[in-house]
Design a protein around this ligand. Sequence first.
Ligand code: FAD
Length: 454
Amino acid sequence: MSTVLPSVSDWTPLTSKLGGTVILPDHDAYDATRAVWNGMIDLRPAAIARCKSVEDVQSAVEFGRQHGLELAIRGGGHSAAGLGSTEGGLVIDLSEMNAVQVDPEARTAVVQGGAKWKDVDEATTAHGLATTGGVISTTGVGGLTLGGGIGTIMRLYGLACDNLLSAELVLATGEVVTADSTSHPDLFWALKGGGGNFGVVTEFTFRLHPMPGLYGGMILHPRENALAAIRHFRDVALNAPDELGIFAALLHSPEGLPIVAYLPWYVGTESEASFSIEPLRTFGPPMADLTAQTPYTVEQTSLDEGFPPGMHVYWKSHFLSQLTDEAIATIVEHANQAPSPLSATLLETMGGAVARVPVDATAFPHRDAAFNLAIITRWLDPADSDVNIAWARSFFDAMQSFSSGVYVNYLGVGDDSSRVSDAYAGATHQRLRQVKRQYDPDNLFHRNQNLLPA
Ligand code: FAD
């Protein structure tokens, strides 16, 4: 059954109102602007509204609603499922709303809804401050924060959403509201994990923390020792202090060698970090030790080159409440069979400050997860899609019995509504659907990991 898309014959009511630009299919910039990070996504929106102000966002929401257009909100465009675009609908592109204002006395940052983490990190570290953001600097603040927000310093300072103090958003009615712990508290709760379901967030206010710099980087080991290397990683990670963020990855080096990478990041100096990081060096010896004292902004951009836009990406994931030897054996066995050397298997250590937030305090409920497993399948030639997707699915299935849920921001192409409910424990899911009913009863904002109004 084919869907009949609404067609708009006259865009003037929108183009004449918008301070920003409306990009239609005949615009020179249309193809470049419709592209999102995942090269598998090839959607052709009816128009892309590049907003410059809250009023622009209101105009776009109202125009889309009046014309029955599907709305896609685009922050950084990093959704692996391609939710920052739409086929035949209207993209509300926030990329030009990227200003960041820091109040060093109050230790807060006011961040526009289309900023990327690079914008935030540069502005905050100028004052010796930071807040938790993603590990790739081009990821959007919007999508990452609204889904939770995993990052290098989360074990010390909490998830990105745990540092959210307030949010200004345009609702489905076009009304602008500010949600915080006293004004619209239910909406504020839902924004901390419930994704882009409730409106277009035009401004986030974050709490900031001292940032003396990081000691860390990468320590590389050969893949033939993967089983022991990942067990060792688990043991170090489970005993790590909050200052140490630590991931492990099974991937290929730029030269094509299969490796295990330890990725430790310690908030502090080399002398403070050495006790915690030393065990990662002594396992081995390592093929390479690339740890160093670096400014936060340098470390936060160090992995960017490895995650360029445009590759075909199929992303699967599980939270793991524990990492047993059996789970590790399954991970290593499957990672070693990856058909594409561009694919990576990532283990992110949760815990610390993330685990100390009560489960019902935010809409991110996975406070007891010890690790987050990401199967990031990447390839260049569309002809290789089937073999890569089959590998990811079989890896994912083999890990199902170890799973304690899924991170909503790591859902990808093909993950359906049952996976969205896996992203929220029962009570959280119900409460989110109640908030959805209150703020978006007609589900105008459904191009997201969608919550149906209760
Ligand atoms: P978009 O595709 O623009 O948007 C994604 C979703 O968020 C859409 O549903 C959109 O509607 C909604 N949205 C975005 N902005 C707004 C807004 N202002 N108001 C309302 N809704 C909005 N996640 C982590 O937690 N930690 C990481 O370190 C991390 N690293 C990543 C690295 C890469 C290379 C990629 C591709 C993803 C990474 N992610 C990470 C996952 C990331 O959190 C999600 O992909 C997130 O959705 C990206 O947000 P975005 O704004 O860039 O995406």
